[in-house]
Every structure is written in C-alpha cells, then in structure tokens.
Design a protein. Structure first.
Length: 322
C-alpha cells in the first residue's frame, strides 16, 4: 500500500470517529431543542399553554339552578351544529345528568364522560350521535360515579381528543353554582353563556359566576384574553315586566354589564320539547325556539334584531292601535 493510500485510509478513519462522537451530541441537542419548545408551551405551574387547533369551548353556566341551563345547552349546541359545524355537547353534572333526556338519547347511553376520563372506554365509544343533526354528538355525565372523578387533567384530555377528531365547537352544560363540577366546566372556556332569569336572586348569583370566570379560568391563570361572557336571559315575560313583577332586560344588563346574547320568552313549548327529547330550537313555530335560533346567530357573529321583549298585542289591541 502506498503512502498516499495510507494517508487517505487514516483520514477516513478520523472522519468516521468524529461522526461517531458528534452523532450523540447532535441527538442530545435536538432533544434539548424539543424540550425547550415544550417548555415554551408550559407555564411555571406545569399548565399547558398550547391552544386547541380547531376546538372552541363554550360553557353554559348559571349561579342558580332551574334557570334553563340544560335546555339552553341543548338548543345552542343543536343550533351551532345545524349551521354546519362539527359540535359536541358535554354534561358536566356528574350524578344528576339530564342532558341525555333533553337530547332524546337516554336509552343509548352505554359509556359516559367519567368512563372516558378513567380509561374504561374510548371517547368514540361514549359519544352518542344525535338523531336530529348529523354533525352533533352528545357525551353524557355519569349517574353513579363520584364527583371527584371529574379531574382537570381528564377534562383536558377529552378536549384534546375532540380537537384531534376535528370538532369545531364543544358546548359544556355546567352544574349550577360554584361546586367543583361547575369550576371544571368553566376552566377551559373560551366563551361563557351566563344564563339567568329576570329576578334579583338569579342575577346576583350570576354576577358571582362572572367573577369566577375572571379569576379562576385557565385564560385568567395564564394571563390570556379573558373569557368572553355573554348574557342569556330566560323565562322572560314582558307583561310581568310592565307590572314591575320582573326585572327588565335593561335592569339585568345594568347589573351584570356583559353583552346580551338573547332573550328567551317564557313558553309552555319548552317543557313539551324537553319531555319529548327534542331541543326547543327544532320547533320553528315556537317563540322560544326562534329566540334560541337568534341567540345562535349572534353567538356566531351575526347581527340579528332582538325579539320577544315587548308584550304581544291581541286582536283588539292591534285593531285599536291602527
């Protein structure tokens, strides 16, 4: 072997040695870079800051029970899905679920929200396809599990999976008040629909919920844009407002100081719809159904005139005002 060939062989050996040394170093550097990227998306309390890719989280909440929150969750989720958006509606009221009844799917419940969180079922096994709208799915609450089973990490896991499944909206039906289930429901919210009746106690309790949204939501903890809270006024009776038996829309807005999403008139159609498992928004002849449709339009950014806030005139009333 010539001297030149020996030199080339030695040079090749040295290059191979350098490669063997550098490869682990480069791999380590790449791992460090990945860790740094992850660290950028996690704050000092180890909360993920990574936003959802597609998912917009809406919580329907109230300070007081019996204001029509579950009825509103069902109607709004149905309305959004009818506009063509892939939507899920989730029941956060562990132990006292009602959403499946109003959505008319109680007989099809096999797995629930808690089963998914605890790894006893996959999310697509628990999601129930709505029988009215193709791109709407229901995730019921558990009737038997303990409320402590609903964890923040578990809720986030479900939301991340919904996001990966290309859901665009998730509507969270929150328990009333400030119990743990309600706090879990509102924590990840991008938008909150604060549901209240036009009475002082209901409005006062709703004001408390707005304070919690501003203080205990994920957005507030991570110093992001605040949760967009909007007012949904339910069971409104203009004739009672006129007699000063009920707060007016203006009174409630003055007390809560959040934008008005809609006013839902008192209607016997709502109870009939709930009992039959058909969200009221599907009844296009009902004033309440039309009012929910208007609220969904506003929620999606469209301007719609406010209806059903003045007393309807009877035949003779119309006659004498001509």
């Amino acid at each position: 072997m010539s001297e030149q060939e020996v030199k080339k062989e030695n040079q090749a050996a040295e290059e191979q040695k350098d490669t063997l040394i550098l490869e682990p170093v480069l791999e380590k550097a790449e791992e460090t870079k990945e860790d740094d990227t992850k660290a950028e998306n996690v704050d000092e309390k180890n909360k993920t800051m990574e936003p959802f890719k597609n998912l917009h989280v809406i919580v329907v909440t109230s300070g007081k029970g019996g204001v029509g929150k579950t009825t509103s969750s069902a109607a709004i989720a149905t309305g959004i899905a009818r506009k063509g958006f892939k939507t899920a509606v989730l029941d956060f009221d562990v132990g006292l679920r009602n959403l499946d009844l109003i959505m008319g799917c109680e007989r099809r419940v096999v797995y629930d929200f808690i089963n998914v969180i605890q790894g006893e079922a996959k999310l697509n096994q628990a999601l129930i396809k709505d029988r009215h709208v193709n791109n709407l799915y229901v995730l019921p609450a558990s009737q038997t599990k303990d409320k402590e089973a609903l964890t923040k990490d578990g809720v986030e896991k479900v939301f991340r999976e919904l996001d990966e499944m290309n859901f665009e909206y998730v509507v969270c039906d929150s328990p009333a008040g400030i119990e743990d289930g309600a706090l879990k429901a509102l924590y990840f919210a991008d938008e909150a629909i604060v549901t209240t009746n036009p009475e002082v106690s209901s409005v006062r309790d709703s004001d408390r919920i707005i304070g919690i949204l501003n203080a205990k939501s994920r957005r507030s903890e991570l110093e992001l844009e605040p949760v967009a809270a909007k007012l949904l006024l339910t069971r409104y009776v203009p004739s009672r407002v006129k007699k000063s038996e009920m707060l007016s829309v203006e009174d409630v807005q003055e007390l809560l100081t959040i934008p008005l999403l809609g006013v839902i008139p008192e209607s016997t159609d709502v109870l009939k719809a709930s009992n039959s498992g058909n969200p009221i928004i599907l009844n296009e002849e009902s004033d309440a159904g039309q009012a929910y449709e208007d609220a969904v339009e506003r929620l999606l950014g469209n301007e719609v005139p406010l209806r059903f806030v003045t007393e309807k005139k009877g035949f003779f009333g119309k006659l004498f005002t001509k």
